[in-house]
Design a protein around this ligand. Structure first.
Ligand code: CU
Length: 73
C-alpha cells in the first residue's frame, strides 16, 4: 500500500468542533487512514491510499460540511 499525504488549509474552522467534525467525517471515508485537523493552524492533514480515494473527493467532503478547503501549495 502506497500512502499519500495532503495538507489542506481550512481557514474557516472557527471553534473546537470544526476540526472534530471534519476529522470524524473524513475517517468514515474508504481509503482515508489518518486525519490530523488543527484549529490553531487551520489545517487538515490527511493520509490516504490513492488507489482508493482522490484528493478531490476529500476536498468535496469538507466543502459539503460548509468549509472552504484549499490544498497547500
Ligand atoms: Cu466550529
Amino acid at each position: 500500500m502506497n500512502l499519500q499525504k495532503i495538507t489542506l488549509n481550512v481557514p474557516d474552522m472557527h471553534c473546537p468542533s470544526c476540526p472534530k467534525i471534519i476529522q470524524l467525517t473524513l475517517l468514515e471515508m474508504n481509503g482515508i487512514l489518518g486525519v490530523d485537523a488543527s484549529l490553531e493552524s487551520r489545517t487538515v492533514d490527511v493520509e490516504y491510499d490513492p488507489a482508493l480515494i482522490q484528493p478531490s473527493l476529500i476536498i468535496e467532503a469538507i466543502q459539503k460540511l460548509g468549509y472552504t478547503p484549499q490544498p497547500q501549495p
